[in-house]
Write a protein that binds this ligand. Structure first.
Ligand code: ZN
Length: 242
């Protein structure tokens, strides 16, 4: 079985459509979504609708949470904050109801999914170092944990000798007695210097996880952000993937 795991769409309809087209053309019919369907981009309602229609496991992201008014957004930077306030205005009640229904974690078939960190799912911590990855391996029991949140894709493994290591091979080969934290990157606002959308494909038969990059119509997404009256920096950053 192959499963597409994607996260951090952030209202970028063009990016989401390209990613889903790739998944469909690859013949993959299983999906998992790591949250943050809204915030930053110009099409939050449309992105929520598309993800809801996939009828797949979805966890709550910090921007989804904040769009519902459940998070104090004073800790958001000014740009993220103004995008959030815009999103709150435009998000319909029906879409809010869908976001409200989401859980913070999903666990099944030896997989764990959380938007930010297994340690404190509700505190939206970032896993940006091997030290924090090591801590987090203690807070889930499944072999693989998929995350999003930082918009920076990576593979980290815990060896049977309890060493925590960054893996640069792609695809990653899943080994018995090893455990993994995998950041699937961002569909709608990559921040690793590569402007293409990011997602992961888990192949349970081949025992691999591939990180894939998909180009999309960035100019169209930028134009919509500017026309919506959102901060221009949110449009500009899409072009260079930061
Ligand atoms: Zn995000």
């Amino acid at each position: 079985m192959r499963i597409a795991i994607f996260s951090d769409i952030h209202g970028n309809l063009e990016a989401l459509q390209s990613v889903l087209k790739y998944i469909e053309e690859a013949g993959i019919t299983n999906y998992i979504c790591g949250g943050d369907m809204v915030g930053y981009g110009a099409n939050p309602n449309e992105c929520v609708d598309i993800v809801a229609a996939l009828d797949c496991p979805v966890v709550m992201g910090n921007h989804d949470h904040a769009a519902l008014g459940l998070t104090d957004i004073t800790y958001f930077n000014p740009t993220a904050r103004s995008a959030l306030l815009w999103t709150r205005e435009i998000l319909t009640e029906e879409r809010s109801r869908f976001l409200k229904s989401l859980e913070l974690i999903y666990q099944a078939n030896n997989l764990f999914l959380v938007h930010a960190s297994p340690h404190h799912p509700e505190q939206w911590e970032y896993i940006l170092s091997l030290e924090s990855a090591e801590t987090n391996f203690g807070y889930f029991k499944e072999q693989i944990c998929f995350i999003g949140h930082s918009h920076q894709p990576f593979f980290v493994m815990l060896t049977p000798e309890r060493n925590v290591e960054l893996i640069t091979e792609n695809p990653l080969h899943i080994q018995e007695n090893f455990r993994y934290i995998i950041n699937v990157g961002s569909v709608g606002q990559p921040r690793d210097g590569n402007a293409n959308s990011s997602l992961a494909i888990l192949d349970t038969k081949e025992k691999t996880v591939s990180l894939i990059r998909i180009p999309y119509d960035i100019e169209k997404a930028q134009e919509k952000i500017i026309n919506a009256g959102l901060p221009h920096s949110l449009a500009h950053r899409l072009a260079n993937g930061w």
